[in-house]
Write a protein that binds this ligand. Structure first.
Ligand code: GLU
Ligand code: MG
Length: 431
């Protein structure tokens, strides 16, 4: 059994122990080292305020346990996610799962609602280089039917409800979406699904990559986070047929908060150097802090509900955050989104207009007159906006912002002197 956690680089790291120790490990955890948090996606250790000092424990949460049987006696996979704590049990300030728990508690405290949501992941199979004519086709799906079926079966076995899987637009590109969950499980399932895609792929000697973009001339691999809200009785409270863009009061302010703080949180939701090759206009990703009513070029899109469905309109209604990718830790990304949303509720922000036009055609003055900002165009610029925004840094525990910025500086330093092609390759190899 491996006790794991998602770290600042979005990777799942952990320590294995014999399954027979499970009961003991659920109480005392496995030992963890503070400086591990500065291991970047390239394994270079960024500057660490902890040095060689300190001891922490990673305590597994049994509700996240993933056990996949091989049918041959030994399990194919056995891991469990957990929280990093001080040895006296207090949450560690850099524990990404605890950071999300705190954000969700704030949402509940301020608005009395629970987040209900799901991640949608795009990835590419690296060996499928020439896939022309396969976008969204049954044929493209059939060629990888075995792979797709195995992913769905593994998700089911792991307790992750599958929603859809499809042959996406790009070369070797697929998209897998999980069913909605409440609270921290939303992000747990994102991490678990990513790991399961890797597990199934390895068995077939496939190499999937979730990197935001492999080549600026090609498509991006996005992460879209679908969100809605439930009241204390579990009833949906996101939809109001009379609200602006059909958003309820609480959901409208939440969305407005995300858009107001978006340029300062993309350093967390799209946190790699290549994330900013994807966050450009006309990629169906996100380039401005705009709301779209069903528009896939918007950072937040209000998703459609179908009148013909037997599911009530209110239960289906959700909005989607599109300015994220899989170089982000899903717990941290969701925490940043939720804090921005709660800030919007606290500030009682008005729901913005939905854009209908191509914002990339507007000059900077016209953009700002209309209340829009172009999202940062490099990781360095994104980190600067995060660092300069005291409200945003203040949502996170003491010391988080400083460690996070140093982590990202270490990641950027590893890429010094590399060409854009080499940088894309470097990320493609590690995500
Ligand atoms: N591949 C696009 C992205 O980078 C998304 C395409 C879609 O709408 O599914 O986000
Ligand atoms: Mg897609």
């Amino acid at each position: 059994m491996v006790a794991c956690c998602g770290d600042l680089s979005g990777k799942v790291r952990g320590k294995a122990f014999p399954l027979a120790q499970m009961e003991k490990r659920l109480k005392q955890g496995v030992g963890w080292t503070p400086t591990n948090v500065q291991i970047t996606c390239f394994d270079a250790i960024a500057e660490s305020p902890f040095g060689s000092l300190g001891d922490l424990v990673l305590i597994p949460d049994p509700s996240t346990r993933v056990s996949i049987e091989s049918g041959e006696g030994t399990p194919k996979e056995n891991f469990v996610l957990g929280n990093i704590r001080y040895t006296d049990g207090r949450p560690w300030e850099l524990c990404t799962r605890s950071i999300l728990e705190a954000a969700l508690e704030r949402l509940h405290r301020v608005a009395g609602v629970t987040l209900y949501g799901a991640f949608e992941h795009e990835f590419q199979l690296r060996h499928r280089v020439s896939d022309v004519g396969k976008a969204f086709t049954l044929g493209g799906f059939q060629e990888e039917r075995h792979f797709c079926e195995a992913i769905i079966a593994a998700m089911r076995e792991a307790g992750v409800t599958p929603d859809t899987i499809l042959k996406e637009f790009g070369a070797g590109q697929f998209e897998v979406t999980m069913g909605p969950q409440k609270g921290v499980t939303i992000a747990d399932h994102s991490l678990i699904t990513r790991e399961l895609v890797g597990l199934v792929a390895r068995e077939l000697c496939y190499e999937p990559t979730f990197t935001p973009i492999r080549d600026p001339a090609g498509v991006g691999n996005g992460v879209h986070v679908h969100m809605s809200m439930l009241d204390s009785s579990g009833n949906p409270v996101t939809y109001d047929p009379n609200g602006k863009h059909e958003l309820s009061d609480v959901a409208g302010k939440f969305v407005a908060g995300i858009l107001k703080y978006l340029d300062s949180i993309v350093a967390i939701t799209a946190p790699s150097v290549v994330s900013y090759l994807r966050l450009t206009p006309h990629r169906w990703s996100a380039a401005f802090n705009n709301l779209g009513f069903r528009d896939r070029e918007a950072s937040v899109r209000i998703c459609p509900i179908s009148d013909i469905s037997d599911i009530a309109r209110a239960a289906q209604f959700n909005f989607e955050f599109r300015a994220a990718d899989a170089t982000a830790n899903p717990h941290l990304a969701l925490a940043a989104i939720v804090h921005a949303g709660v800030q919007g509720i606290e500030e009682s922000l008005a729901v913005p207009e939905a854009t209908q036009e191509d914002l990339s055609l507007l000059n900077p003055e016209a953009l700002s007159e209309r209340g829009y900002v172009r999202l940062p165009q490099t990781l360095e610029a994104a980190l600067q906006r995060f660092q300069d925004n005291a409200t945003v840094c203040g949502w996170f525990p003491e010391g988080f912002a400083d460690v996070y910025l140093k982590h990202k500086e270490g990641e950027i330093a590893y890429l010094a002197g590399k060409t854009q092609t080499e940088i894309c390759k470097a990320y493609e190899g590690v995500y």
